[in-house]
Design a protein around this ligand. Structure first.
Ligand SMILES: Nc1nc2c(ncn2[C@@H]2O[C@H](COP(=O)(O)OP(=O)(O)OP(=O)(O)O)[C@@H](O)[C@H]2O)c(=O)[nH]1
Ligand SMILES: [Mg+2]
Length: 203
C-alpha cells in the first residue's frame, strides 16, 4: 500500500510544474539569479550580467531542477513596481526572496518589503527561501548575520531558510533550490494548488 501511494505521489510530482516567484527590492540581483538558474539547470546559457537591465515587466525561466519542473517568475523590485507582486501570489507555490547582502543602507527597505510578503494572506503556507546574494563582495554580511538583521528567527509559522549565494559565481544556489523543491513537495499549499489545477481541467 505504501509503495503504491509513494509511486502515485512521485508520478504526480514528476508531471507537476511548480511556480516560484523571485522577489526582492531593486538591484538585489533577481534577474542575474534567474539567468544563472538557466545556465545551471537548462540547455540555455543565461544572459551575462553586463546585458541585464532593470526589470519593468516579467521575466520567465523554465528549468528542470532536482527532477522537478520549475517555472520562475522574476518581477521588478523598484518601489513603484512592488504593488504588482501580489497579483502573482495566488498561483505561486513558493517564493525566492533576494537580498543584496552588501547594501546595509537598504536592509530596512528590504526587511519591510519581506515582511509584507511573509504576511500576505494569498501566500499562506508558501515556503520562502531568502537568498543572501552578492557573497562574492568583501563587505557582504553572511546568511546568519542577515537573518539577524531581518529578524527572521521569529517567523516560526513559515517554512523559511536563509542561504548565502553569489548570483555571479553560482555558489549556494543549488543547495537553496534543493531545499525549496523538498519544501514544496511536503507542503499543504502544493496539494491545494494541485487540486485547483485539476478542477480547472475537469470543468
Ligand atoms: N557582485 C555581485 N553583483 C551582483 C550579483 N548579482 C547581481 N549583481 C549586480 O547587481 C545589480 C542588479 O542586478 P539585477 O539582477 O538587475 O537586479 P534586480 O534585482 O533584477 O533589479 P530590478 O530588476 O530593478 O528589480 C547589477 O549591477 C548586477 O550585475 C552578485 O552575485 N554579485
Ligand atoms: Mg530585474
Amino acid at each position: 500500500m505504501f509503495s503504491l501511494l509513494y509511486g502515485l505521489w512521485n508520478y504526480l510530482f514528476s508531471h507537476a510544474e511548480f511556480h516560484v516567484l523571485i522577489l526582492g527590492i531593486d538591484k538585489s540581483g533577481k534577474t542575474t539569479l534567474l539567468e544563472k538558474l538557466k545556465t545551471l539547470y537548462s540547455d540555455i546559457e543565461g544572459l551575462p550580467p553586463d546585458r541585464i537591465v532593470p526589470t519593468v515587466g516579467l521575466n520567465i525561466g523554465r528549468v528542470e531542477a532536482h527532477k522537478t519542473k520549475l517555472i520562475f517568475w522574476d518581477l521588478g523590485g523598484q518601489l513603484g513596481l512592488r504593488s504588482i507582486w501580489e497579483k502573482y501570489y495566488e498561483e505561486a507555490h513558493a517564493v525566492v526572496y533576494v537580498v543584496d547582502s552588501a547594501s546595509r543602507n537598504r536592509f530596512e527597505d528590504t526587511k519591510s518589503a519581506l515582511e509584507k510578503v511573509v504576511r500576505h494572506p494569498d501566500l499562506q503556507g508558501a515556503p520562502i527561501l531568502v537568498f543572501a546574494n552578492k557573497q562574492d563582495l568583501p563587505n557582504a554580511v553572511n546568511a546568519e548575520e542577515l537573518s539577524r538583521y531581518l529578524e527572521l528567527k521569529d517567523q516560526k509559522s513559515v517554512q523559511l531558510r536563509v542561504q548565502g549565494i553569489s548570483a555571479y559565481e553560482g555558489t549556494g544556489i543549488q543547495e537553496g533550490v534543493l531545499w525549496l523543491v523538498e519544501a514544496m513537495k511536503n507542503n499543504v499549499r502544493t496539494l491545494q494548488l494541485q487540486r485547483q489545477a485539476e478542477a480547472a481541467v475537469t470543468l
